[in-house]
Ligand binder design. Structure first.
Ligand SMILES: Cc1cc2nc3c(=O)[nH]c(=O)nc-3n(C[C@H](O)[C@H](O)[C@H](O)COP(=O)(O)OP(=O)(O)OC[C@H]3O[C@@H](n4cnc5c(N)ncnc54)[C@H](O)[C@@H]3O)c2cc1C
Length: 415
């Protein structure tokens, strides 16, 4: 422990120290994390691993993972087009591949690959140009495939209207809740605490710095707060007077009854003509089923998480068009669900210090990639809190100020 610092090495303000002495009833924590999803769990894990164990996660739900984390598909890919997303993925995929060593638990990482199907020459050229950027960012295993090569790997897929594709063998699947629990349980073993059924109602700022967090269970005195509130991040930031452009957008998934004709190792398949994608899902004691998804362009921002029955028909139609053998596939209603993406205007996360409020950190706006990028995010935020800078991944481009400064980041493949 450094002299004049707290156990995490954070320097306490005189006022905070005075407040702590004055009010023994007020709870204290070095770091308060708002939101008990995969991102909050990852920040807690990385802080705890770095020796900062006085961490409190505050979650309004009855248990961890009740937000978007428990609704996610479980895809992980490095096939992005921007250096920052590719590097976030490379860090995270490496972490998933040694998850057991890092946490003592499994996260269900299966490197079955992501196969992107380009509908025309322009999309194929985009995949080729992405590959150049991916190679430059250190992802060197992406293959551009002809339709014959795709047919040889995945004969199920109809390819007469496809120009080619790209495949990355380290992309694949993870179990979102297993990732979250693995990270959280290790953080908890190291001393991190969790308050469930507790809503954060205020973030008190004094002299431009975070001083306390108000919750439905009482006050917590702290100097570092992490906003890990997923689709609700904008309202949490507003508690400290900070505006961030994060909007909720419903995404729906359709699960099917078992289907016999799936290959044992099937990639996540993405049809770039309309964003329709599907993956294999194991089910105990029977043939695997399929999980189907499609970003409905009619969807409007909002907090609705009801599954819309008419969505299943729309997605099945797309499924049968791309995979003729899927015609007549039966929906298993129990496997259908909806949840929220946390969108930003450029579909990139916001990670960094909150503008104008010292001690408030943002880990928000993942635009549908929060599970796959949770390890990199946890590491970057932990570094920022403990060392004042991100030491592994350059997250400068993800700072919140980019929206006001006109520094938006272009990501052509939106899913
Ligand atoms: C259908 C669907 C499919 C997806 N598929 C994938 C995928 O394949 N791969 C991938 O990487 N990502 C995917 N995502 C996105 C992913 O789920 C999210 O990006 C990720 O879960 C975000 O994690 P989080 O911890 O930030 O948010 P959440 O898991 O939403 O956690 C935020 C938590 O904050 C809590 N909270 C909010 N406000 C307060 C408050 N005031 N006080 C206390 N607690 C509060 C909420 O209750 C919530 O539990 C998918 C999402 C959906 C909906």
């Amino acid at each position: 422990m450094l002299s004049g610092t707290t156990r995490c090495g954070l320097r306490p303000s005189r006022r905070a120290a005075r407040m702590g002495m004055m009010s023994r009833m007020t709870e204290r924590a070095e770091v308060v994390i708002i939101g008990g999803g995969v991102v909050g769990a990852s920040v807690a894990y990385h802080l705890a691993e770095a020796g900062c164990r006085d961490v409190l996660v505050v979650e309004r739900g009855r248990q961890l993972g009740e937000g978007s984390t428990g609704r996610a598909t479980g895809g992980v890919r490095a096939q992005f087009a921007t250096p920052v997303n590719i590097r976030m993925s490379l860090y995270s995929i490496d972490f998933f591949s040694r998850f057991h060593e890092a946490t003592g638990r499994d996260c269900g990482y299966q490197p079955v690959g992501y196969l992107f199907l380009a509908a025309h020459a322009r999309q194929l050229a985009q995949l080729e140009s992405n590959r150049v950027r991916q190679t430059a960012a250190g992802l060197t295993c992406v293959e551009i495939l002809s339709t014959d090569e795709i047919a040889a790997r995945l004969p199920l897929v109809r390819l007469d209207d496809i120009a080619g594709g790209s495949f990355c063998p380290i992309d694949g699947l993870i179990d979102p809740l297993a990732v979250m629990h693995g990270l959280w349980e290790r953080a908890s073993e190291r001393g991190a605490r969790l308050w469930t059924d507790t809503r954060v109602t205020g973030i008190e700022v004094e002299g431009g710095a975070v001083a306390r967090v108000d919750t439905s269970r009482g006050r917590v005195s702290t100097r570092a707060v992490v906003n890990a509130a997923g689709a609700w991040a904008a309202e949490v930031a507003r508690l400290a007077g900070v505006e961030i452009p994060v909007t909720p957008l419903r995404r729906q998934l359709v699960g099917t009854e078992p289907f016999d004709g799936l290959p044992a190792r099937m990639p996540m398949v993405i049809d770039l003509s309309d964003g329709f994608h599907f993956r294999r899902v194991e089910s105990e004691g029977q043939a695997p089923g399929v999980r189907l998804a499609w970003p409905d362009p009619e969807e409007r921002p909002g907090f609705n998480t009801d599954f819309d029955e008419s969505f299943a028909g729309k997605v099945l139609e797309r499924a049968a068009r791309r995979v003729p053998a899927f015609a007549g596939l039966k929906v298993d209603r129990a496997l259908c669900r909806a949840g929220l993406y946390e969108m930003t205007p450029d579909h990139h996360a916001i990670i960094g210090r909150a503008p104008g409020v010292a001690g408030l950190y943002l880990a928000n706006g993942f635009s549908g990639h929060g599970v796959m990028h949770s390890p990199a995010t946890g590491r970057a935020v932990s570094d920022l809190i403990l060392h004042g800078e991100s030491r592994t991944i350059d997250i400068t481009r993800l700072r919140a100020e980019r929206f006001a400064e006109g520094g938006l980041i272009e990501e052509p493949v939106l899913l």
